[in-house]
Design a protein around this ligand. Sequence first.
Ligand SMILES: [Zn+2]
Length: 203
Amino acid sequence: MDSSQAPYNWNQTMFPIIQGGIYPELRKNSVEEMVPYSTCGIGIGGLAVGEDKMAMFENIAMLDELLPEDQPRYLMGVGRPTDLVRAVQNGMDMFDCVLPTRNGRNGQLFTSQGVINIQNSRYLDDFSCVDKECNCHLCNDYTKAYLRHLFNINEMLGLRLASMHNITYYMLLMETIRKKINEGEFSKWSVNYLNKYSNDQRM
Ligand SMILES: [Zn+2]
């Protein structure tokens, strides 16, 4: 298909998607078949669908060796913050995932201090902000106790604020990753980041 033909009023492009599950031979075949079609980026599908996490990262490391270096790699459906950092360590560039908003709607917030569940009773009279290092609307203008109250009375604003905060966390994480790469500090920074949250499976 000719991806230069724009059906809308803006240019579109198409990423071919590498498939093959956790089977190295199928992945290699898929790379051989698909890379000739990739002009400005390539997707990696069929991972983060319930397979063992170690198998997923072994697969990603293998693809890092096989894929062209001059095009962004889009790892589809990943993931937790530490998954993103580990995937970037293995040459991945782009991600998409429901986690920030889905977990946000369940009251689970990603913060610089790890994951917190805002519905926990310990936040009943906690009038501090969710994350001092975050600059989102929730962290600037509301307290943990107020957000917990919004969840308790099923007020939609609570779900929106939590989702906005989590998306801000992810955006800031990727911004930090880009900055560290540009400064030549990513290797060291990423090891520290992963160590910091090594005991928190939810991160
Ligand atoms: Zn925030």
